[in-house]
Design a binder for this molecule. Structure first.
Ligand code: F6P
Length: 373
């Protein structure tokens, strides 16, 4: 049995609907069932580096189950194992080629945890955050990990919380542009998040009855997409709905990059493919086309009931795992069961991607959806 008396919880990476319900479940279970002391680390790894800890009581998690974002704040820039060096004025120190220089500052975080007598650290995050979680575990920190991402691309877990909410928002987006498409006989292109994984676009595209679904896993030929739209038009369908992943790749394998954030662990921010596809389709089909980028509204707002339940299950299971001494592990959903897996088996694995020959793609194609291949 573990001798855990005091735990800390932190959220890292992009915010995601369901983080607050997880925090609530951890705090309630830890205090009510086990009488533990609970601390919150604010601003993700940034706060861990600076010892920004607050005490969390039952009163702090009242009324947060409906709230999006994270009451603990987050950061997706602070990899403490590869931390950009800054000078006394706060400017980045660069090498002779102008590249950032880095240092490992993880020991500072470990010292803060020791000084605060924290026995176990609960880390909520996606692959970037959990890579550091694995590395802190390797350094001897008692880590319990909880998977988070709207992209649903983490290996070894079937679903992450936030995904269901994001699907609902993206589907609503597709439903809403439909009316303009119908009224104006337009091609409506909707750009959906997901980084290199097409799950969000695939699910929303099916739910939102898109005519075309473009995902990173299936490189698209814009001419084939245009042919499909012209064919539909010839058959009397006067408008088209195109759901496109921000990470969709044309046949040359290129993605459209919005910007590069130099000091972010995952520096590439995708964006812009929706506008590009709309422009190309307008030229190729002769139909007016418009692009909408859903962006961060997919990550915002109230989590769905499904995500609240999944988050609560993850939070509860994480405390149980901790009390059994299951450190260096991540709670996961496999089938309908919450299990736990070693972080070593999660990190460094290929991300979970859409199977171009899988059931959902096959079904959608049978129903006439074009994937541009
Ligand atoms: O990983 C979640 C996610 O929302 C991706 O779908 C998206 O590409 C990225 O984060 C956006 O990151 P940021 O919030 O830094 O713009």
């Amino acid at each position: 049995m573990s001798k855990v008396q005091k735990i800390a919880i932190m959220t890292g990476g992009g915010d995601c609907p369901g983080l607050n319900p997880v925090i609530r479940a951890v705090v309630k279970t830890a205090i009510s069932k086990y009488g533990l002391e609970v601390m919150g680390v604010r601003h993700g790894y940034h706060g861990l580096y600076h010892g920004d800890f607050i005490k969390l009581g039952l009163e702090d998690v009242e009324e947060i189950i409906t709230k999006g974002g994270t009451i603990l704040y987050s950061s997706n820039k602070d990899n403490l194992f590869q931390y950009p060096v800054k000078d006394a004025d706060g400017n980045f120190v660069r090498d002779e080629n102008g590249k950032l220089t880095y240092e490992d500052v993880s020991d500072v975080a470990v010292e803060h945890l020791k000084a605060a007598s924290i026995d176990a650290l609960f880390i909520l995050g996606g692959d970037g955050t959990l890579t550091s979680a694995r590395d802190f575990s390797r350094k001897g920190v008692n880590v319990v990990a909880i998977p988070k991402t709207i992209d649903n691309d983490l290996a070894n877990t079937d679903y992450t919380f936030g995904f269901d909410t994001a699907i609902s928002v993206a589907t609503d987006g597709l439903d809403r542009v439909r009316t303009t498409g119908m009224s104006h006989h337009r091609v409506m292109v909707v750009e959906i998040m997901g980084r290199g994984a097409g799950w969000l676009t695939l699910h929303a595209g099916i739910a939102g009855a898109a005519d075309v679904i473009l995902v990173p896993e299936i490189p698209y030929d814009i001419n084939k997409v245009a042919e499909k739209i012209k064919e539909d038009k010839a058959n009397g369908k006067e408008f088209s709905i195109v759901a496109v992943s921000e990470g969709a790749k044309s046949l040359d394998g290129k993605q459209v990059v919005l910007k590069v954030i130099e000091d972010s662990a995952d520096s590439i921010r995708l964006g812009g493919v929706g506008a590009l596809v709309a422009d190309q389709l307008e030229k190729l089909t002769g139909s007016e086309a418009r692009a909408t980028t859903l962006g961060h509204i997919q990550r915002g707002g109230t989590p769905t009931a499904h995500d609240r339940v999944l988050s609560s299950r993850y939070g509860y299971a994480a405390v149980e795992l901790c009390m059994k001494g299951g450190f260096g592990r991540m709670v996961a959903l496999q089938g309908d069961e919450i299990v736990d897996v070693s972080l070593e088996d999660v990190i460094g694995q290929k991300t979970k991607n859409v199977d171009p020959n899988g059931e959902l793609v096959t079904m959608a194609k049978a129903m006439g959806v074009c994937f541009g291949d």
